[in-house]
Write a protein that binds this ligand. Structure first.
Ligand code: GSH
Length: 219
């Protein structure tokens, strides 16, 4: 019997998007349940294992934490690596990107949610604070991009970070790069392998189709 899946998240890419890419690439049906943060989420929150979105419902069971969900689905659909060693390498890369994202000043969230009193008075201050957060974010990304470029250089296939076929870590990296490009379209100009990798992943069957049909959201 085929499993029934429902992914619960907001109407955003955010921490739900890699999960959607895994379903898209695997060609597996699921319900993409996009909750309104004000009118729907409060009534559902108690069902989320850790009180947060995303959470996945599978055949009456409920799983929280985006990376656990990604890993679970990737294992089911053959996107987790081809051996115990590859699985570990895939995990390491995905965890590394998660760590990078956690550490970087989240200027996006800051720009959207930061309190007026933190910004000082007036729109001029707001704009310059946003600019400096943005610059920090992109500057700190450079060493990460160099490292990723080298990793591809060292993989003889150069299409994937681990082994010879796509893994969910490729999707995590591509989503991370999509986020950077949203704020600086030139950010990948000096990283030809990374740029080609991103295009390759976005062109994969299933992902390509999803990118064309997914709801249009900013984040
Ligand atoms: N570590 C968690 C973080 C989850 C998280 O922070 N979710 C946010 C949305 S991206 C959320 O549920 N916010 C609403 C709330 O806290 O009520 C994961 O990766 O799933």
């Amino acid at each position: 019997m085929n499993s029934k899946y429902r992914l619960n998240y907001f109407n955003a890419k955010g921490s739900g998007e890699v999960i959607r890419w895994i379903f898209a690439y695997a060609g597996v049906e699921y319900e993409d349940n996009r909750l309104d943060p004000v009118t729907e989420w409060p009534a559902v929150k108690h069902r989320a294992p850790y009180g947060k979105l995303p959470f996945l419902e599978v055949d009456g069971k409920v799983l929280g934490e985006s990376y656990a969900i990604q890993r679970f689905l990737a294992k089911r659909f053959g996107l987790a690596g081809s051996s115990a060693w590859e699985e570990a390498e895939v995990d390491a890369l995905a965890d590394y990107i998660a760590e990078v994202k956690r550490k970087q000043p989240n200027w996006v969230a800051a720009a959207v949610f930061v309190q007026e009193d933190e910004l000082g008075k007036g729109p001029a201050n707001h704009a310059s604070r946003e600019d400096s957060l943005r610059e920090d974010y992109l500057r700190e990304s450079v060493s990460v991009l160099k490292r990723l470029e080298n990793m591809l250089q060292n993989n003889s296939k150069k299409f994937y970070f681990v082994g010879e076929k796509p893994s969910w870590a490729d999707f995590v990296v591509t989503r991370f790069l999509d986020g950077l490009l949203q704020f600086d379209q030139a950010v990948l100009n000096r990283y030809p392998l990374l740029s080609a990798h991103r295009q390759h992943i976005r062109n994969l069957h299933g992902i390509n189709h999803w990118l064309q049909k997914r709801p249009d959201t900013v984040y």
